[in-house]
Write a protein that binds this ligand. Structure first.
Ligand code: 3EB
Length: 342
């Protein structure tokens, strides 16, 4: 059993079908101008957002596994399972959730999305949600007196509580970004073993954020260590320029890059204290970096390459970060093999 992330640059042409050569794809993501592309057979999260720093129109990320996957559909979730590992993608159109009393359509859709995910995981007897990728339109827009990210947080937390999962401590690693349009899109990875959740000692845990950031706290951990036979994988959540619970370096994208990466480094240290494998380093991580303003990309790239090194694997995407004053967010992952010890 193994899990490996393969990242490739593609042209946007419909005939540039994604790697059909592999029967061992669990699922993945397409980032960029992918609207015309033929979709692969496995679950794929389409992230319709400009990508930077690549001559390609589309970046394809595919999770490869060591076992032949089994796929299925459940309540709109397209999922694929390989051994005791499951990846799924769910897209919900908010318009289908309008009119629920006392609740915005986005809040209702978010709660329903997570309820469906939890139902699938119970049915598949893979109850442990490890990592979630959340995308929604116009994340910073205020409707009915509440920013849409905050509406999403209410729906998400409601579902965790309703499904008896708790909304603190043992919660998945995640990211939540805004795109120009499109459905509520959620991809997730889950397994039969609990993840080891990690927090960042420089930051208040997101699930303990004070009420000034919204009526309900976000439900995610700063990172997760997860286990497959012979392998440990580190998922680092979207990480921003936040110290304590406050945004630092507002208006200063280079300062925010440095602070975000300093936070990633602290999370890597936390991971290394609990890891059963060899230590993780910043240079070996595979990164996805979200940049709010296209004009900031050159400064972001220069700063991060200076800090991480020119060999770093970094995909840059234009997206809105969940606080208006945040200009960038960094997420990352790596896998290490586990060598049996006496
Ligand atoms: C933060 O630290 C920045 O709501 O799932 C990062 C990762 C952020 C995940 C989420 C939000 C989320 O609060 C934002």
């Amino acid at each position: 059993m193994s899990l490996q992330l393969l990242t490739r640059a593609l042209s946007a042409a419909p005939e540039s079908d994604v790697s059909r050569e592999t029967a061992r794809a669990l699922g993945g993501a397409l980032l960029g101008n992918c609207a015309a592309m033929t979709l692969p057979a496995w679950p794929v999260q389409r992230i319709f957002a400009p990508i930077f720093g690549s001559t390609a129109a589309v970046i394809e990320e595919t999770w490869l596994t060591g076992l032949l996957p089994v796929s299925g559909r459940s309540e709109g979730i397209v999922w694929c399972r390989s051994g005791n590992l499951l990846y799924g993608v769910l897209e919900l159109d908010e318009a289908d959730f309008a009119g629920v009393q006392g609740c915005s359509a986005l809040q209702a859709a978010s709660a329903e999305a997570y309820r469906r995910i939890f139902r699938l995981l119970e049915t598949q007897q893979l109850p442990h949600l490890w990592r979630v990728w959340n995308y929604l339109a116009a994340i910073n827009q205020e409707t009915d007196g509440l920013e849409r990210y905050r509406q999403f947080n209410i729906g998400r937390q409601d579902a965790f509580l309703e499904c008896q999962r708790g909304a603190t401590g043992n919660v998945p690693a995640a990211c939540a970004l805004g795109l120009a349009g499109g459905p509520l899109s959620i991809a997730f990875m889950a397994g039969d073993q609990p993840a080891v959740p990690l927090e960042n000692p420089r930051q208040v845990s997101a699930y303990n954020y004070p009420a000034e950031y919204g009526p309900r706290s976000p439900t995610f951990s700063r990172a997760a260590l997860v286990y497959l036979p012979g392998q440990e994988t580190l998922f680092i959540s979207g990480t921003a320029s936040i110290v304590g619970h406050q945004t630092v370096h507002p208006g200063d994208v280079v300062g925010q890059c440095r602070e975000s990466l300093a936070n990633v480094a602290v999370v890597v240290e936390a991971a290394n204290r609990l890891s059963r494998a060899l230590p993780y380093t910043l240079t070996e991580l595979a990164y996805r970096v979200y940049v709010r303003h296209a004009a900031d990309f050159p400064a972001v790239q220069t700063t991060l390459l200076g800090l991480i090194g020119a060999g770093a694997e970094i995909v840059y995407v234009q997206a809105d970060i969940c606080r208006r004053d945040l200009l960038i967010e960094i997420e990352a992952m790596a896998s290490h093999s586990l060598v049996e010890r006496d």
